[in-house]
Design a protein around this ligand. Sequence first.
Ligand SMILES: C[S@@+](CC[C@H](N)C(=O)[O-])C[C@H]1O[C@@H](n2cnc3c(N)ncnc32)[C@H](O)[C@@H]1O
Length: 401
Amino acid sequence: MTPEQAVLKQEFSVTPRKEAFTAWCRDELFTAELIEAADLMQQALDLHLVSIYEKLGFAELLSEPRSPGDVVDALGYVESADRTIEAVLERLASRFEFVVRSSDGATTQFSHAGEIPASPASLEDIHAAMAKLGDEYVASLEFLAFGEDKFEYALRDDPDFLDKILSGRESEYQELWFRATNTDPLQNVHGIMGAVAIDMLFDRGRILEIGGGTGNGIRNLFKHLAAKSELDRVESFVFTDISQKFIMTTRREIRTDYPDVDTEWRFADLNVALADQKIEPASVDLIYAVNAAHVAKDIVAFLESCRSTLKPGGRVLFAERIRLTPRDMAPRELALNLSIYHRTAAIRNDDYRPMHCYLSPENWVRVFELAGFSNAEVWPDIGALADAFPNQYAAIVTATA
Ligand SMILES: C[S@@+](CC[C@H](N)C(=O)[O-])C[C@H]1O[C@@H](n2cnc3c(N)ncnc32)[C@H](O)[C@@H]1O
């Protein structure tokens, strides 16, 4: 168990429901395949990053200490690409000796220091091992390979390129994005966890989903409740996103599969107060999001807006990727950090958001508190699972208004 995981174990109290959820994760959800796939993704990320490092001549660029901003200037990338480069170099420096990090508090610099070690496995080996787990697992690797392939193009030639894909404005890559968010079991697991957590924590009422996109959240929730003949617990469901295309496609699917559920389909931007988007205050029992809440620029303001949209005692529940180590880049960020919204969508704060994008469990508890929520919880019990699943990354973060 790492020191971070030991702290988590002490800090987060374990309620009986959380314990039951943790047991379900351990015994049913986190299969041997999923655990192995998560490990292969970590290996694949390192191989891709080393490959980018070599292709772009980082050894030369970092022959003297340079900040991510200096590197971006030297490569002629858009300014905000410093976040992308920072994440790459932080990860390499924390795992290898050939990149050295130095910081005087105000500026962090990186320098090249020695031979790049040969990797025991190649990307082809990893691909073959992943394919043995099932074709759907290969979707996760495809997304990483795409990230390496488009790295320069997205950061220099067409800075809006990835944002167009992530918001459904680029039809050529729609299939890739759908596979990366829905087919990939490492991603689908977020929606499955969300469905089970809602089943455990929510009785019935009106649900608002934020950033519902290609439908991982609503699809898994309806499937789960339908299997128990309990779909009537969803008295109404308001599905929102900023992509009209995603809204239309998901609407078509859900209306065909669940024609009797009362659903509403609307544009909503989580960076704008929900009350200013015709979503009535105190009108919703549950606000749900799968891998979308971390998009918020000002996470506390977003949560405050959620709190006023909820009826008293209502709940927010987000299925989120979490960072166990504050500066560790997650595999998917190789591609996601090529989008402007991912790398800039965070007002950083030392107290609760030291990095862009994903938050740690402690960060989530803190932002819920700052936004006036009570009973913040992070499920499952990450400390308890640490030995069995060292690369565990998926959590439910929830609190009541
Ligand atoms: C990682 S995807 C998750 C989608 C979906 N929940 C799923 O898991 O399949 C993030 C979603 O957030 C949406 N999004 C991005 N910026 C947003 C914003 N400012 N307000 C609301 N949704 C946003 C994107 O269109 C995308 O559908």
